[in-house]
Design a protein around this ligand. Structure first.
Ligand SMILES: CC(C)(COP(=O)(O)OP(=O)(O)OC[C@H]1O[C@@H](n2cnc3c(N)ncnc32)[C@H](O)[C@@H]1OP(=O)(O)O)[C@@H](O)C(=O)NCCC(=O)NCCS
Length: 148
């Protein structure tokens, strides 16, 4: 298993396909709805298993020079709860640190609250509701300066 950045058209197709399958298809949203208009300026990471299948994806964007935001974290259903999301989250945080962030913010789906809490994110306040159904909670993690 390895963590890598998508770079070829095929890799990006697979990357967005998993994002759509986990975060959009269950709410009957069309292909394309999984992307927004800042993809080109974001950092994209994915976990690829030993059979070369993409099993997890996640995106990092900068809101300002110190604040990074993680979005679109998705682990393939049959790969969940095996530590893969944790590995990807840590890699995204590492990338955020390397690029100068002092904190990470994210909007967590309710069912992912425990996952982010386990990784030291704290609740900041209520977030948006997607498709009139998916409630989000704003969470933050401030990096320990000594650990950078
Ligand atoms: C949420 C998600 C990214 C977590 O990734 P993962 O690989 O499944 O999580 P990990 O195996 O690294 O979990 C680490 C710990 O987080 C917690 N956790 C993870 N998923 C959880 C869940 N669904 N419910 C409760 N706790 C959970 C557990 O404490 C877990 O440790 P344990 O399995 O030893 O108990 C992944 O399950 C996922 O993509 N879910 C569907 C889409 C989604 O909600 N994305 C987040 C959008 S904000």
């Amino acid at each position: 298993m390895r963590i890598t950045e998508p770079s070829t058209a095929d890799e990006f197709a697979g990357y967005y396909a998993l994002r759509w399958k986990i975060l959009r298809a269950p709410w009957k949203q069309p292909r394309g709805s999984e992307q927004d208009d800042v993809e080109d300026s974001c950092q994209h990471l994915m976990v690829v298993n030993d059979d070369d299948r993409i099993v997890a994806v996640g995106r990092l964007q900068f809101n300002n020079i110190r604040e990074a935001q993680i979005r679109y974290m998705a682990v393939a259903i049959n790969a969940q709860r095996r530590g893969i999301g944790s590995r990807l989250l840590l890699a995204l945080e590492q990338r955020a640190r390397e690029l100068g962030a002092s904190r990470v913010v994210l909007d967590a789906r309710e069912q992912a609250l425990r996952f982010y809490r386990k990784h030291d994110y704290v609740v900041h306040g209520p977030g948006h509701t997607l498709f009139n159904a998916v409630t989000h909670i704003q969470m933050t993690k401030t990096f320990d300066h000594q650990a950078r």
